[in-house]
Write a protein that binds this ligand. Structure first.
Ligand code: SF4
Ligand code: SF4
Length: 329
């Protein structure tokens, strides 16, 4: 149905080797145990509601932001609440809307699927209060710093509904972020994987690091037709494996690759316009996050132009990520 293209993984890795991913702007390295505990709690709540962030946008601290950037910048202003399992267990829909708005007025919030996110926050809080004395840091400590294995971090996180994705997108994002911040230094970092979301899928399909061999799936991906969870899982698994190959060929870390492909997917290869490569030149340099996150001197085209199949073949350019309803990413 879908296979890895090893040669293309090497070609993309070659381009990636020439670029440097800068430090993540949202990484905060705590200096005290209390701050580290607050970070662990903050991230477990923030990541739990990190799905379908498309509607989020506005001005936080004088800067226009969207999606994930908006979610993190806005929720950071309410760190005391987000770092408290007790506060999160009681947060209301209006309070969530207020936090995720420019001016703390719930009426001005652009957040969607509020009841779904509220349920996720309450569920995380319940598990933390019932099993971990309200501290996400205890998940890490009781797992002995191991992501995988019996009683590891992932097994423990899977008792929280938001963290039950079979491809572990949110769990990978959480541990990757906390490991990089020195809050949860991992004993088994070899188990870190790229977060499988719609940006990673779109870029992988267009670059040709995976090849779709099933005509029905090919059509569904081009036409944005709804696919089953099983097919979605198959596509995500193949893309994840292909990303592993690019990482192995390029020598970058999983954390760096994750940021790289994610910024690419929300900049040049975004879902609401034609890819910025081939004959097309850039129209969005002012809002591009790729050139902020990656050391790439952009002359108006994607850094993969020429190496990526989508930049020279309309069949690949026409790919979209799988179309499913999910709260996993
Ligand atoms: S500025 Fe360059 S990297 Fe950013 S979206 Fe435009 S072409 Fe892509
Ligand atoms: S070269 Fe074009 S199709 Fe390929 S990743 Fe970049 S923007 Fe997307």
């Amino acid at each position: 149905m879908i296979e890895i293209n090893e040669l293309q993984c090497k070609a993309i890795a070659e381009r990636l080797r020439g670029q440097t991913v800068r430090a993540d702007e949202f990484l905060f390295v705590p200096a005290t145990v209390e701050d580290a505990q607050a970070e662990a709690n903050y991230w477990i709540f923030a990541v739990a509601i990190c799905q379908h962030t498309k509607s989020l946008e506005g001005v936080i601290d004088g800067r226009w932001r969207r999606g994930w950037d908006y979610l993190i910048s806005a929720s950071r202003r309410a760190l005391n609440e987000f770092a408290s399992a007790q506060a999160m267990s009681q947060i209301s829909a209006d309070r969530l809307r207020a936090i995720l708005s420019d001016d703390f007025d719930p009426v001005h919030s652009t957040v969607d699927r509020v009841e779904e996110r509220l349920g996720q926050l309450h569920d995380v809080a319940r598990v933390l209060l019932d099993q971990y004395a309200g501290q996400a840091m205890n998940i890490y400590c009781r797992a002995g710093g191991h992501m995988r294995g019996k009683d590891g971090i992932f097994e423990r996180l899977a008792r929280i509904a938001a963290y039950t994705d079979p491809l572990d997108k949110k769990a990978q994002l959480l541990v990757g972020q906390l490991d990089a911040a020195g809050v949860w230094p991992l004993e088994d970092p070899q188990n870190l994987k790229v977060c499988m979301d719609y940006h990673a899928m779109r870029v992988a399909l267009r670059t040709g690091i995976v090849e779709v061999t099933d005509p029905g799936l090919l059509l569904a991906l081009k036409q944005k037709a709804l696919v089953s969870d099983e097919i979605n899982h198959t596509v995500r698994r193949a893309v994840s494996d292909a990303c592993d190959r690019v990482i192995a060929h390029s020598g970058v870390s999983v954390f760096e690759f994750d940021k790289w492909i994610w910024h690419l997917g929300r900049s040049c290869c975004f879902y609401d316009h034609e890819p910025i490569c081939g004959p097309r030149t850039c129209h969005k340099m002012d809002i591009c996050t790729y050139i902020k996150a990656v050391d790439y001197t952009c002359l108006g085209k994607c850094s993969l132009d020429g190496a990526c199949k989508g930049s020279r073949d309309d069949v690949y350019k026409a790919f979209w990520e799988t179309n499913v309803y999910t709260d996993f990413y």
